[in-house]
Design a protein around this ligand. Sequence first.
Ligand code: TRP
Ligand code: ZN
Length: 470
Amino acid sequence: MRVNRRGMAMVAALVSVLACSPADGPLPADEAPAAADRRAGAPGIGDPDFPKDGNGGYDVAHYDLVVDYVPTTKRLTGVTTIKATATQDLSRFNLDLSGLDVREISVDGSPARFGRQGDELTVRPAKTIADRARFTVRVAYSGTPKPAKDSANLGTYGFVPTSDGAFVASEPNGSKTWFPNNDHPSDKATYDFTITVPTGLTALANGELVGAPATKGGTTTFRWRERHPMASYLATATLGKFDLRQGATASGIPNLAATDPRFKSSLDKLYTTSAEVTDYWSTVFGPYPFSSTGGVVDDYSAGYALENQTKPLYGGFDPDETIIAHELAHQWFGNSLTIRRWKDLWLNEGFATYAEWLWQEHKGRKTAEATFAELLKRPATDPMWTYPPGRAKPDDLFNQSVYTRGGMTLHALRRAIGDATFFTLLKTWAADHRYGHVTTDEFIDLAQRLSGKDLTALFDAWLFQPRRPT
Ligand code: TRP
Ligand code: ZN
């Protein structure tokens, strides 16, 4: 993480106010840091649109999450163990955590002081962590998770209690509502989950089950492991009563579908469509990036879906083929290839929307060309034409333009470079950045390199101008 000098001074000043011992109360004056403690990790990871999201000074490799949840009391008890590497000397560093009570924090086994301000949890290890050192942070916490609310964007997200458990969908920054973490997609990590719920309920996290669920004393513990890097907003621990169908796709990818009892009639279609779509996208976008696929329908009327890694989550509706095609396309575009900055969100949503059109084309229902032509007829006054999708706005991140005009951008590109180059481009893009991070400039560069064409004007008109391209 690079932070400018002014930023650092600000951080140090802020941190000196908040650092406090486990109970509360300020640090003794003689322990207050010097005004310009350059060894303090930044409270944000450097996304100018979301200045407090994520944190600077370290890079997380792995999260081990132990979560106990009791739906009747809505109480969560957790221990999060984070393995990270310092990217600078660290006298202190931040985690993101929203609400919940922190009981105890240790760093490399030694008790650490900590303080809280808003959603920033500041940890002060007993000794400064050296630049490039690996370290382990353990945070014990509990409380009643409160979902995040954002009226400008998507309503309620994060850890959302339901009548029989919880619906967990955290884009863009709701994972801090249920575990302390570096809550920004630019720091991906692998995950282990150990989730305990009252017996009779099922806990569904990312990746695959490790061993059989273990029942003891009225509770059942589920262990899940996601062994591929994952952005924090894709982490889930969706809990409740579920009917399950398990098996594998025709090409052999393990497949798990789960539906709330209210959506039991959707189970078979969710299972078979998820399998068919996963296998089809593997032929179009290249090998499936993860170790399993599937989907979860919960009885929470979110009215939306989220592409949770390996297990897209559908909120309170029977998902049709189109939305399943969308969420599973995200496994390549968004989950394997992850944006560094939220402004590049069209690289997720434009691609997943274009995938919906490709699915219709594949099924012989409607060509992407016909979809594009129809959308292009929207009047010049349509809000889509005034919102340039190439720079998603923080107060309106999920604007329809990011989806629809983002998808149209890809079709305009396909027209300009031809089908052969376009589909080679999609596969090359997914292969070159598998499990990594991407930016819009990198996509434009690759498109130009593979096509041998200057595409600056095309991308500028489609992504960055507040008017309908001509
Ligand atoms: N990425 C989701 C989609 O396009 C939409 C979404 C954004 C979302 N933020 C969310 C869903 C938060 C659930 C929770 O499919
Ligand atoms: Zn999407």
